[in-house]
Design a protein around this ligand. Structure first.
Ligand SMILES: Nc1nc2c(c(=O)[nH]1)N[C@H]1C(S)=C(S)[C@@H](COP(=O)(O)OP(=O)(O)OC[C@H]3O[C@@H](n4cnc5c(=O)[nH]c(N)nc54)[C@H](O)[C@@H]3O)O[C@H]1N2
Ligand SMILES: Nc1nc2c(c(=O)[nH]1)N[C@H]1C(S)=C(S)[C@@H](COP(=O)(O)OP(=O)(O)OC[C@H]3O[C@@H](n4cnc5c(=O)[nH]c(N)nc54)[C@H](O)[C@@H]3O)O[C@H]1N2
Ligand code: SF4
Ligand SMILES: [Mo]
Length: 887
């Protein structure tokens, strides 16, 4: 009998409920959980492809010391011993943990407890520093606690939704779908997108404000001033429930309208329209994500937004409020357990002696960190300087995702003792570990996560532990015990959750926002049955008292005076016109990859949407620097270099370049974009400015470009540029060489491990530089290579399909060498709908055949009918075709 398990998607902070089914033959399939209140059955492309990413290929299955397999006892004893000795010799601040919003709450709780309560240092920081720390700091300044007041339903109830620095269509696709459905049902609802780039999200916007990078503070200060002059301030609310209005007012009115126009770069009409809409609409939700947080003015951006909501009293009521969208599946859970270096458990403050005493008493711990620890960027600097001598990295890949990534890599290499807990054997970070600890992955591990709307859901295991892999909480617990600490006697995640819930209620009585006391002491059985619930969930007697409570509905905040605080923010501008590094590098995400690709990179389907690292450039910038479409461009800063494909598009503003954050040394020659990113941080939160980096861009001199498909993973690639992606039946490869290659046939034999007896089919034309080589074993294609002096114009998806086709007829083999489909072999074009494998050419054909709506395309080609993540792109293709036809 197939078994069904209700669990939660391990990707983004939407936190969709998933039903995983294991069939009798062990095959796993996933579908959206119709009962989960985050997604009501929907999933995006990444969620839908989860079953394709859980194979054991590439997994780390056994502990290793110095690259040699070992057993758990030996590995754990060594970790405990080295940490203990380092602390004994150099003090508690000589060790550190760098953890992740992809840990489950239970893992995170134990890591934080071990470092802050038993080792006695604040040196635990997390990739949430790169993600949510400006929001945390902004919330604490405004509300007195890190409270996210919004819920998803607010977006559906609002009359105006502002999406600023958030590419919802690609990064929170299921919220995007809920919003798109609400707008379709109620077309009067307005959507404003604030983003220097025109993204897929801007396609549903009534107004897209393509502001200059980092001019958000000016934009929202201008709005604040407008609300005052338009008489839109809620005077009663401001008087009764807030403080600091006059200081914020004074700074906001220091900027003239001209300053705002100049700083934001927006046309006056657009700015007026935005301000008018906000002033006139009661139900406004302002959602923000990394375009806000990842900035040297990130915390001020958050407070500039919150100021406008406090001034109008539009907070704490349905359909309104500021709403920070969390990125990782458990970014919120990490904040709840106090995983950041400057926080304590259960939303308590490390600077507050009462809080420290309370947590220490609760834990019965020998010590408690007396001051905040080092924040991520400073932590790796301390590793480089030798101040930190033992480091444990868990569920994050800092060699790819930290700014100044080459320096971070060098720091890790130089650190005397590095432990990495991961699910994969080979990542850019695991290659530098002294000890590798194999962790359980999604489907194997058990615990809870909290999504963007404060909803706690279970992740449940439905697969056996592979090899010797063990849960992260177990690894931490074992090390804690071996270091001689009491307080790590947990037998299961339920034990840990029960303690975490009890701590949240400990001496709380409504003084702290985070209270899930209703679950204190929860037993194994209840934990296993736990349904998704939102915090707060305090216990009064036997009742769960405030489930469903709307934060700030009563106008009470968590500052000692109970008031919400305005923040006097300042707008800063950045002008690079005359700089050597005159471009602004903006980095972020694409639809079908997750972070450093360790999981989504396994899926051919997901890799078919965008198979290569790229730089979006404005056409005029491209002309100026001499970069042609699909040629290669080198992006450089004083910190490092990257080489990516040029994608010339008017969706990009002049002077800016967008490069995705995902590619790394496992998938490309030199596309770790964080190697280029400067380690500049927000002064309040310590969050790096990952969206505004001064860079130079130049064309890469290339002798030949190439494309290849191969049944096995290419190895030892000899090329100045390469990018590798999984494809159905094998791999796809883009390359470029900077010098002529004498023997391409030999190059293929080495790269694709072609047996000697197999002769290539094809030709090498020295005059034109064209090369076409294919290697067949019986009727099966082993590898095919297409080389040209210009970017190769072979139909990629068609070539990939040849890996699984039968080549029993010579005609088919020759068609492959010709590099284009024969008359009976249509080329689907680049994949748009990754769920159903529909290419751009198929959609264009359907538009030409009379399908002029996304729905019509869906019924004709099925594109966009599964998860719906590609619907914005389909709409774009229809519009493009119709516009072209009308010309
Ligand atoms: N497909 C996919 N989805 C994901 C993830 C993933 O890896 N892949 N990761 C998850 C995680 S951890 C996170 S944190 C979220 C991030 O989700 P988002 O924040 O939505 O994603 P990003 O692409 O990082 O950046 C959002 C937008 O900010 C814009 N931006 C840049 N500079 C500015 C500026 O100065 N002002 C404004 N207003 N906007 C600016 C960028 O152009 C970009 O379009 O996504 C989550 N979801
Ligand atoms: N330039 C630039 N850089 C960025 C960003 C950006 O927008 N621009 N965004 C930043 C943001 S918001 C984020 S959140 C970070 C994300 O950056 P990372 O956290 O570095 O990215 P991931 O690829 O998710 O890394 C997770 C690692 O943990 C492993 N893993 C998966 N599951 C488990 C598990 O259960 N246990 C353990 N122990 N390991 C596991 C994975 O194999 C992988 O190696 O990147 C940041 N860096
Ligand atoms: S929106 Fe997609 S990635 Fe995010 S939780 Fe839902 S299914 Fe997973
Ligand atoms: Mo993130």
């Amino acid at each position: 009998m197939p078994t069904e398990t209700k669990t939660t998607c391990p990707y983004c902070g939407v936190g969709c409920g998933v039903i995983a089914t294991v069939a009798d033959d062990g095959a796993v399939s996933v579908k959206g959980d119709p009962d989960h209140p985050a997604n009501f059955g929907r999933l995006c492309s990444k969620g839908s492809a989860l079953a394709e990413t859980i194979d054991l290929d590439g997994r780390l299955l056994y502990p290793e010391i110095a690259g040699q397999r070992t057993d758990w006892d030996t590995a754990l004893d060594l970790v405990a011993d080295r940490f203990s000795k380092t602390i004994a010799e150099h003090g508690p601040d000589s060790v550190a943990f760098y953890v992740s919003g992809q840990l489950l709450t239970e893992d995170y709780y134990v890591a934080n407890k071990l470092m802050k309560g038993f080792i006695g240092s604040g040196n635990i920081d997390t990739n949430s520093r790169l993600c949510m720390s400006s929001s945390v700091a902004g919330h604490r300044r405004a509300f007195g606690a890190d409270t996210v007041p919004g819920v998803y339903e607010d977006l559906e109830l609002a009359d105006l939704v502002i999406l600023t620095g958030a590419n919802l269509a690609w990064c929170h696709p299921v919220i995007y779908q809920r919003l798109a459905a609400a707008k379709a049902a109620r077309p009067g609802m307005k959507i404003v997108v604030v983003d220097p780039r025109r993204t897929m999200t801007s396609d549903i916007a009534d107004l897209h404000l393509a502001i200059r990078p980092d001019s958000d503070v000016a934009l929202f200060m201008g709005l604040f001033a407008h609300l005052i002059s338009a008489g839109a301030i809620d005077q009663n609310y401001v008087a009764q429930h807030t403080s600091g209005f006059s200081e914020a007012f004074a700074t906001a009115t220091m900027l003239s309208s001209n300053d705002i126009l100049e700083q934001t770069g927006l046309p006056a009409m657009q700015l007026r329209e935005f301000y008018r809409l906000f002033a006139a609409t009661e139900k406004v939700v302002t959602c923000y994500s990394q375009g806000v947080n990842q900035s040297s003015s990130g915390t001020d951006k958050v407070n500039a937004i919150i100021n406008c909501h406090l001034a109008t009293g539009r907070i704490g009521r349905p359909g309104m409020g500021p709403f920070s969208l969390t990125g990782q599946p458990n970014a919120m859970g990490g904040r709840e357990v106090g995983g950041l270096a400057n926080m304590l458990a259960a939303h308590m403050a490390i600077e507050n002696a009462d809080d420290r005493g309370r947590v220490q008493r609760f834990w019965g711990s020998p010590t408690i960190a007396s001051k905040p620890g080092l924040k991520a960027v400073d932590m790796f600097k301390a590793v480089a300087d030798g101040g930190i001598k033992a480091l444990w990295i868990m569920a994050t890949n800092p060699v790819v995702s930290m700014p100044d990534a080459d320096a971070v890599e060098a720091a890790i290499k130089s650190c005397p003792f590095v432990v990495v807990s991961d699910v994969l054997r080979d990542t850019d970070t695991t290659r530098h570990a002294d000890v590798l600890l194999p962790s359980l992955g999604w489907g194997e591990k058990n615990g809870t996560v909290t999504n963007s709307e404060r909803r706690i859901s279970r992740q449940r295991a439905f697969l056996d532990f592979p090899g010797d892999a063990r849960a992260d909480w177990w690894q931490l617990t074992e090390v804690g015990r071996r270091m001689g600490f009491d307080g790590f006697g947990y037998a299961s995640p339920a034990d840990i959750f029960a303690e975490h819930a009890a701590l949240s209620a400990f001496e709380n009585n409504g003084s702290r926002d985070f209270d899930i006391g209703a679950y204190a002491g929860i037993d194994e059985e209840a934990y296993n049955l736990l349904s998704p619930f939102q915090w707060p969930a305090a216990r009064v007697g036997t009742l769960i008292s405030d489930s469903g409570k709307r934060f700030f509905a009563d106008g009470r905040f968590y500052h000692p005076d109970g008031r919400g605080r305005f923040t006097a923010v300042e707008a800063t501008i950045c002008d690079r016109t005359n700089c050597e590094y005159r471009f602004t590098l903006n980095t972020g995400r694409i639809r079908d990859q997750w972070h450093t690709m360790t999981r989504t990179g396994k899926s051919a389907r997901l890799s078919s949407h965008i198979a290569e690292p790229f730089a979006e450039l404005h056409p005029r910038d491209a002309i100026e620097i001499g970069v042609g479409n699909a040629t290669l461009v080198e992006i450089e800063s004083p910190h490092g270099k990257a080489i990516v494909r040029a994608l010339i598009t008017e969706r990009q503003a002049r002077g800016s370049i967008f490069v995705p954050m995902h590619w790394n040394d496992q998938f490309a020659a030199k596309a770790r974009i964080d190697a280029v990113v400067a380690p500049i941080v927000d002064p309040v939160s310590g969050q790096p400015a990952l969206k505004n980096v001064a860079v130079a861009a130049t064309p890469l001199a290339v002798a030949s470009y190439g494309f290849a498909v191969s049944a096995t993973r290419p190895e030892g690639l000899d090329a100045c540029y390469w990018a590798l992606a999984k494809a159905a039946g094998g791999w796809r490869l883009e390359i470029a060489v900077d010098q002529q290659v004498d023997d391409w046939s030999l190059w293929c034999r080495r790269t694709f491990a072609i047996p000697e007896e197999i002769e290539p089919l094809g030709y090498v034309d020295r005059q034109s530089g064209d090369v076409r080589l294919a290697f067949f074993e019986c009727d099966r294609l082993l590898a095919a290579l297409f080389i040209a002096r210009q970017p190769v114009a072979v139909a990629r998806n068609w070539a990939i399909a040849q890996l699984v086709a039968s080549h029993d007829q010579p005609r088919k083999r020759f068609a492959l060498v010709a590099g284009r489909p024969g008359a009976d072999m249509a080329d689907p074009g680049a994949t748009v709908c990754s769920c159903l494998g529909v290419g751009v050419n198929q959609i264009i054909a359907a538009v030409r055949g009379g399908c002029h709506s996304v729905e019509a395309i869906g019924s004709q080609t099925k594109a966009g009918t599964n998860c719906g993540s590609c619907r914005a792109e389909i709409r774009g293709i229809i519009d493009g075709c119709l516009a072209a036809a009308a010309q």
